[in-house]
Write a protein that binds this ligand. Structure first.
Ligand code: OSB
Ligand code: MG
Length: 386
């Protein structure tokens, strides 16, 4: 599938959308999703959309909506516009010239590749399948749900029950010191056969190894990112002490990172989050390596809006993605998304990616305006406070 596009203009839409319920992790509580939608138009007459899933504050990532606006407006967009025509081979020098800022890069690359797929009349999943050289792809994507830190064990059990009733077959609990063995043991007791896992978002140190060992008899699918967000080596030391497989999220930014992790035995499983690795091109390179070296792979989430959700779902259709991805139904986070249609959970804890060309979702103009208004209102409130 060859393609060629000439980007004529790039529009950045900072947005805020309320969450249906607060989401708490080891680094904070979130009530809204702030994000930056990237719209590109091409000389060929197609529109592409991408999402920079950065928030108000640096937390999971050092990027924020404001760093995204700055890097895209002042560097990446001018670099892309000066480049003129792009095809599957790039050139990508304008992209690599900017170091870091993976979330911003993912937003722009997502817009480019979804425009390229749209121009071809193919879904983004088909373009990614072609780029990955994969003979086939999943028609539906196996997914699970991530549950934030709850006020009590009872609330945790109730939340798990609700999601199990909705049809989710894989549950991830966010954990932190003081909120780990007890909630996980309670959930395992009540749901003996559930695919259950834990995500610590870097809340522990290697000295906690004896404590984390207590999780070994709970038959967890994996423990995600227990140690430092920038650590790989100590994870390899922890992995050697645990039966439960480790999965890395925060620590893996590049192909080189995942090669180091594999070599050291720091993880058996990779959370491949296209945002964290600077976009779909890097994600494909890392995907390839994981498949070749026998690492299990799933696609991570970060409370994406519809654009980001559609992008991640397309990536999750690649055949080597062999564990449930953190891509839940739209209504798990949003009463109403900016994009239509919302994603719904189907039979077997699976979501069907859009079949239409490009991302296969469309932006609802009134909801986009409302989300942009909400962004500016919250931005003003935050300015007054500081
Ligand atoms: O660590 O996987 C993570 C959300 C935001 C940032 C980081 C993470 C998460 C989640 C939720 O775990 C995944 C999702 O449902 O989108
Ligand atoms: Mg994680």
């Amino acid at each position: 599938m060859t393609w060629q596009i000439t980007v004529t203009d790039i529009t950045l839409h900072p947005v805020v959308v309320p969450l249906v319920q607060a989401f708490e992790t080891s680094f904070g509580v979130q009530h809204h999703r702030a994000a930056l939608l990237v719209q590109i138009n091409t000389a060929e007459g197609v529109t592409g959309w991408g999402e920079v899933t950065a928030g108000w504050e640096p937390g999971y990532s050092y990027e924020t909506v404001y760093t995204g606006l700055h890097i895209l407006r002042d560097f990446l967009a001018p670099g892309l516009l000066a480049q003129g025509t792009l095809d599957a081979h790039g050139p990508w020098a304008w992209l690599h010239r900017v170091r870091g800022h993976p979330l911003a890069k993912h937003g722009l690359l997502g817009a480019i590749l979804s425009a390229a797929a749209a121009q071809h009349g193919e879904p983004l999943a088909a373009l990614l399948q072609h780029m990955a050289g994969a003979p086939k792809r999943h028609e539906t994507v196996s997914v699970g749900v991530s549950i934030g830190i709850q006020p009590s064990i009872e609330a945790t059990l109730a939340a798990v029950q609700d999601y199990v009733d909705e049809g989710y077959q894989r549950i991830k609990l966010k954990i932190k010191p003081g909120w780990d063995v007890a909630p996980l043991r309670a959930v395992r007791g009540a749901f003996p056969d559930l695919m259950l896992m834990a995500d610590a978002n870097s809340a522990y140190t290697l000295a906690d190894a004896p404590h984390l060992k207590k999780l070994d008899d709970l038959h967890l699918l994996m423990i995600e990112q227990p140690l430092g967000h920038d650590d790989i080596y100590q994870h390899s030391q922890l992995a050697a002490q645990l039966k439960t497989p480790l999965c890395l999220d925060e620590s893996l930014h590049s192909l080189s990172d995942v090669q180091v992790a594999a070599q050291l035995g720091a993880c058996r499983i990779v959370n491949l989050k296209p945002q964290r690795v600077g976009g779909l091109l890097n994600a494909l390179a890392m995907y390839h390596f994981c498949v070749m070296s026998g690492l299990d792979v799933w696609i991570g989430g970060m409370l994406e809006l519809g654009i980001g959700r559609a992008t991640s779902l397309a990536l999750a259709t690649l055949p080597g993605v062999n564990l449930p991805s953190d891509i839940s139904a739209t209504q798990r986070y949003y009463a109403q998304d900016i994009a239509d249609p919302p994603f719904e959970l189907g039979p077997g804890s699976r979501i069907t990616p859009p079949q239409g060309p490009g991302l296969g979702v469309s932006i609802h103009p009134d909801r986009l305006s409302e989300a942009e208004r909400a962004f500016h209102e919250m931005a003003q409130t935050r300015e007054k406070r500081s």
